[in-house]
Design a binder for this molecule. Structure first.
Ligand SMILES: NC(=O)c1ccc[n+]([C@@H]2O[C@H](COP(=O)([O-])OP(=O)(O)OC[C@H]3O[C@@H](n4cnc5c(N)ncnc54)[C@H](OP(=O)(O)O)[C@@H]3O)[C@@H](O)[C@H]2O)c1
Length: 245
């Protein structure tokens, strides 16, 4: 059966590595995002690797009008449809502190925009059965920290949304993988201080594909973040509120 992946936020380096990996397997890709020149260059690369369809489509999480044309295009493909979400934005916390109106954009990019898209396409995914949804959240969504709690809270909302969607799609033979990356060397983290145990976007994409194949529900990547976050979540609030971890 043909597999076609809708990839939202396809200009992210993690998404690019994921698109390459599924193209290598012979899956089709619909590369969705804001930078059409970048997406078109990636589409050429994916086609050269073996993707039977590789197209660039306009997607803006803040413009719901951009959603339906992508869904309509995807539905023209026979076979199995899958969706992966790499969209997210993380302005520095001090910028958000100075201008709280930035919160709306962070939440739209990292949670409500992708969730609205997924909610619209969910009936089609149910109808076809066997769909996989990959949602990239973050370890930042596991606990609110002083350094990025607005971004973290948007990711926490997305995690909870994905958990409910997993309940729904499982009943139709589908599957949802919630991905919680630790630090990765990408445009989002360029120039940030204090990063440690930094993973490459390629390593994260490789872990995601393995989690898809194994039908994992929640993936921490690299794996040791599950243990780091286990410790961080176990710290009592009265202690945690004084820390800067
Ligand atoms: N890097 C890390 O350490 C890290 C850690 C944990 C989780 N994550 C998550 O991993 C995912 C990929 O991020 P990344 O690290 O690869 O950084 P990135 O390159 O900044 O990727 C973010 C992606 O979101 C897209 N995006 C942002 N706002 C959008 C909007 N309004 N409409 C459409 N697309 C929008 C960006 O598109 P443009 O190219 O058009 O800006 C880009 O494709 C994100 O969800 C991020 O939160 C990253």
């Amino acid at each position: 059966m043909n597999n076609t992946w809708i990839i939202l936020g396809a200009t992210s380096s993690m998404a690019r590595a994921f698109a390459r990996a599924v193209s290598d397997r012979g899956d089709g890709v619909l590369l969705c995002g804001r930078d059409m020149a970048d997406l078109k260059a990636s589409a050429v690369d994916c086609a050269a690797r073996g993707a039977p369809i590789a197209e660039a489509l306009a997607f803006d999480a803040r413009d719901p009008k951009s959603f339906q044309p992508i869904i309509d295009r995807a539905l023209r493909e026979d076979g199995q449809l899958h969706v992966s979400v790499f969209v997210g934005s993380m302005p520095p916390q001090d910028a958000v502190d100075a201008d709280p109106s930035l919160i709306a954009g962070v939440v739209t990019d990292s949670y409500t925009g992708p969730a609205t898209f997924l909610q619209r396409i969910a009936p089609e995914l149910e109808a076809r059965g066997g769909a996989t949804v990959v949602g990239v959240g973050s370890v930042a969504g596991d606990r609110g920290r002083i350094g990025n709690y607005v971004y973290g809270s948007a990711k926490a909302g997305f995690h909870t949304y994905l958990s409910g969607l997993r309940n729904r799609l499982t009943r139709a033979g589908g599957h949802v993988v919630t991905v919680k990356p630790g630090f990765s060397d990408t445009a989002m983290t360029w120039g940030l201080e204090g990063m440690f145990l930094v993973a490459s976007p390629e390593k994260i994409a490789e872990d995601i594909l393995r989690a898809v194949d194994k039908k994992k529900d929640v993936l921490y990547t690299p794996f040791f973040w599950r243990y780091i976050m286990g410790i961080i979540k176990a710290i009592p609030e009265r202690v945690f509120k004084k820390l800067s971890v």
